[in-house]
Design a protein around this ligand. Structure first.
Ligand code: UD1
Length: 415
């Protein structure tokens, strides 16, 4: 099993160039299914999840030509209606192929999705939306099969602004007959990036105050697009600086996308500066106390909740976090407590009493972001921390060990 061995207590200092956003790259790769013409995507991060989505689209008939940070996705053979199960089982985002396949072929069969085991993560909003657009759902136990003679535009109100459901329905609506209006949509920067790509492909999409309107087209064309920077990777490295009392700058970012996160750091008494495409956290002191509620964008991102909690565990006073996006997103908390943190779980709330020091131990990464939180704790802890199941973290962070070493962290990866 791959693991990371961290000798804690080094101050991290320096610059990190941030990759393209995983959560924008995944739907962009799926969008290739909407056209027979080539898509050229730049700033694609080198991540397992991206490899999985590319394998998914290639199992459906696409030819994938990677060139460094760029990938070209072109037509290889006619699309088929069913991706290989093993890809979808590995990653929830592969489920997004369902609507595009349905719009192009009138039929699609997709296994029920896997991915991180955070909360229940159902797909009911996706299916209800597709049904509103004319799909007949034949649900089986381990796969969803859908048929539609024609996908038609519809009025859809999402019960919650789900990122995946919004992306799924926008992509499907782009090839529907007539107009679709999605009320209560997600507005994450990654959703906006997908909209920009789809517009380049010829889609007609309008973002209104409380809805997204899509005028369906008969066909879409190829396009070239650069993926936005990964705000979650950026936030994680800034917190790596904060938790070690260091001085870390993240480059190639959109500071505006980090606004809610930076507001919390400011409230916690940390000082930072920002330019057009960088943010630097310097002169870090022990953070806190703060109260944070995770929420859809522009609120505080749930994916930065675990890394923030790691930093607050070494903060001053008592902080409180309400996790309102996912159930059970606290799997990493018992591990932090074994390292000496004092965090109590009360339903979907965490009460964090800052401690002066953590002590290294052996832990396992429960998922991408929870794993990142444990790595941060290890960087600050006394002695050695071994983080098992690095492969889970690497679904969302490329070359984390190398990047941390460049910042002065003493980390070694071994198999
Ligand atoms: C995306 C991100 C993930 C992030 C999450 C919330 C990707 C690949 N992943 O995940 O990193 O943590 O947004 O910002 O972009 N829900 C339902 N029914 C549904 C769909 C969602 O009840 O059909 C619920 C979920 O269980 C969850 C909430 O809605 O409680 C938000 O989930 P959603 O926004 O859909 O997350 P993902 O798109 O899976």
């Amino acid at each position: 099993m791959e693991h990371l061995v961290i000798e804690g207590g080094r101050r991290l200092e320096g610059k990190v160039a941030i990759d393209g956003a995983k959560n924008a790259a995944l739907p962009a790769c799926v969008a290739s299914l909407l056209t027979d013409e080539p898509l050229i995507l730049h700033h694609i991060p080198d991540l397992r999840d991206v490899t999985t989505v590319l394998a998914t689209v290639s199992s459906l008939g696409k030819r994938v030509i990677p060139r460094g940070e760029t990938v070209e996705i072109a037509r290889e053979r006619p699309l088929v209606e069913k991706p290989e199960a093993r890809y979808v089982e590995q990653m929830r985002a592969s489920f997004l192929v369902l609507g595009p396949l349905l719009a192009r072929l009138g039929r699609a069969i997709v296994p029920l999705p896997g991915g991180c085991t955070i909360g229940r993560r159902p797909v009911d909003f996706h299916l209800q939306g597709l049904q509103a657009m004319g799909a007949r759902v034949e649900e089986a136990t381990d796969a969803v099969s859908l048929r539609a003679e024609k996908i038609r535009g519809a009025e859809i109100e999402l019960p919650y602004p789900s990122v995946g459901a919004t992306e799924h329905l926008i992509m499907t609506a782009a090839l529907a007959e007539g107009e679709t209006r999605i009320k209560n949509p997600a507005r994450e920067p990654e959703v906006m990036d997908l909209i920009e790509l789809l517009r380049k492909m010829g889609a007609e999409i309008e973002v209104e105050t409380h809805a997204i309107r899509v005028a369906g087209k008969d066909r879409l064309r190829g396009a070239e697009h650069t993926i936005i920077p990964d705000r979650l990777e950026a936030g994680t490295y800034l917190l790596a600086g904060a938790i070690t009392g260091g001085d870390v700058a993240v480059h190639r970012v959109v500071p505006e996308h980090l606004r809610a996160f930076l507001d919390v750091l400011r409230e916690a008494g940390l000082s930072f500066s920002a330019g057009d495409d960088w943010v630097r956290l310097s002169g870090a002191s022990r953070p806190g106390p703060v109260r944070v509620v995770t929420a859809p964008y522009p609120g505080f991102p749930t994916d930065l909740q675990p890394p923030l909690v790691a930093a607050l565990s070494l903060g001053r006073g008592e902080s409180r976090i309400d996790e309102k996006v996912f159930d059970r997103r606290f799997d990493y908390v018992p591990s932090l407590n074994r390292m000496g943190a004092r965090i109590e779980i009360r339903g979907d709330t965490l009460e964090i009493r800052g401690v002066a020091a953590l002590t290294g131990t052996t832990v396992a990464a429960p998922d991408i972001r929870a794993g990142a939180a444990l790595v941060l704790a290890g960087l600050a802890a006394r002695g050695r921390t071994t983080v098992y199941q690095m492969e889970k973290i690497e679904r969302g962070y490329s070359a984390m060990d190398e990047k941390l070493r460049v910042l002065g962290g003493q980390v070694e990866r071994s198999a």
